[in-house]
Design a protein around this ligand. Structure first.
Ligand SMILES: C[S@@+](CC[C@H](N)C(=O)[O-])C[C@H]1O[C@@H](n2cnc3c(N)ncnc32)[C@H](O)[C@@H]1O
Length: 313
């Protein structure tokens, strides 16, 4: 029987990890850009490559999502709907709905819920899981809805996956009436997010953080200011952004690595790009460090989201 991994007193390498300071300003599509800067961005940033990469990834992840990464995202749904002030009778669009549990929570509040996702596999899953809720296949940057069709638009961990987040927010603005509300979540920077720190530190120590050849994301949405900048840029008013703290409950340390590997896209690509020989060491390092978050029934790994909201002027 193999002996359990020993922990060499590993500490999180927060200051040494180059990914922690990730900021892609100037090469991405988070905010408003001049024509000249858009021209120079085109040299380095290809929105269609991001869309294709994300779409293929979510199509793949759909069948594992509920058992893996949804355990991390689900806990933020109540805060999201509270920030958007979702109430009975409202028409609410759930952008990038994935398997549809946020859409279902909207319906439970007595509101009229429509979930939209560009992954056919996610939409099929959402319909199977929530037969009473309406779901539609479509892209967040080109919403298949008329102007002013919804009272509220929400997105739980969807906007940062879109090649040009500001286009998605402009579309949200378009489908809202004056005084309609938008709210969305994104993950706080890995430096603040223990689940990501555990993974990145393990890869930093035993693998290669630069191994994945993925197209750069459409924007860096890790700080309250990033979300405020986006909301301001579109013309929303009364904008707010704050951190929300939750835990990702896993029964075994391995579930954390598998959660990222099977239930995400960009982080999964990083894990899959690691040399095969490094993976057992990466897993062992995570198993050591995650023990700090042990509970009687597994592990409670701290996670942090940024929740932004605004009102259509
Ligand atoms: C991390 S999952 C979030 C799912 C769900 N909202 C949740 O709370 O777990 C990201 C979702 O965004 C969807 N997505 C990514 N880019 C999109 C786009 N351009 N238009 C519509 N959906 C998109 C993916 O298919 C995936 O279902």
């Amino acid at each position: 029987m193999p002996s359990p991994p020993t922990c060499p007193g590993a500490t999180l390498q927060i200051d040494k990890n180059p990914f922690y300071g990730e900021k892609l300003t100037g090469k991405t599509c988070t905010s408003l850009h001049s024509r000249a800067s858009l021209r120079s961005m085109a040299m380095t940033f290809d929105p269609e490559a991001v869309r294709t990469f994300e779409h293929a990834g979510w199509q793949r992840a759909a069948r594992h999502y509920l058992a893996t990464f949804a355990e991390a995202t689900r806990g933020f749904a109540g805060d999201l709907l509270d920030a958007a002030r979702v109430e009975a009778g409202m028409r609410v669009l759930d952008l990038a709905c994935g398997p549809g549990f946020v859409s279902a929570a909207i319906a439970e509040r007595g509101a009229q819920s429509v979930g939209l996702d560009f992954s056919q596999a996610m939409v099929a899953l959402a319909r199977a899981e929530n037969p009473r809720v309406q779901f539609k296949e479509g892209d967040a940057e080109r919403l298949p809805f008329d102007d002013g069709s919804f009272d509220v638009v929400v997105a739980n961990f969807g906007i940062h996956h879109v090649p040009c987040p500001i286009r998605a927010l402009r579309e949200a603005y378009r489908v809202l009436p004056p005084d309609g509300r938008v709210a969305f979540t994104a993950w706080a920077a890995p430096a603040e997010n223990i689940a990501w720190r555990l993974l990145y530190d393990a890869i930093s120590a035993h693998g290669d953080l630069a191994a994945a050849e993925t197209p750069p994301p459409g924007g860096s949405l890790h700080l309250p200011d990033d979300l405020l900048h986006l909301l301001d840029g579109v013309g929303f008013v009364e904008n707010e952004a704050k951190r929300v703290y939750r835990e990702w409950r896993v029964t075994a340390a391995r579930d954390l690595l598998e959660g990222f590997r099977r239930g995400t896209v960009r982080t999964a690509a990083l894990i899959d790009a690691q040399p095969a020989a490094a993976l057992p060491q990466i897993e062992a390092a995570i198993a050591c460090d995650v023990s700090a978050y042990r509970r009687s029934d597994g592990f409670a790994v701290p996670i942090v989201a940024i929740l932004g909201s605004g009102v259509r002027s």
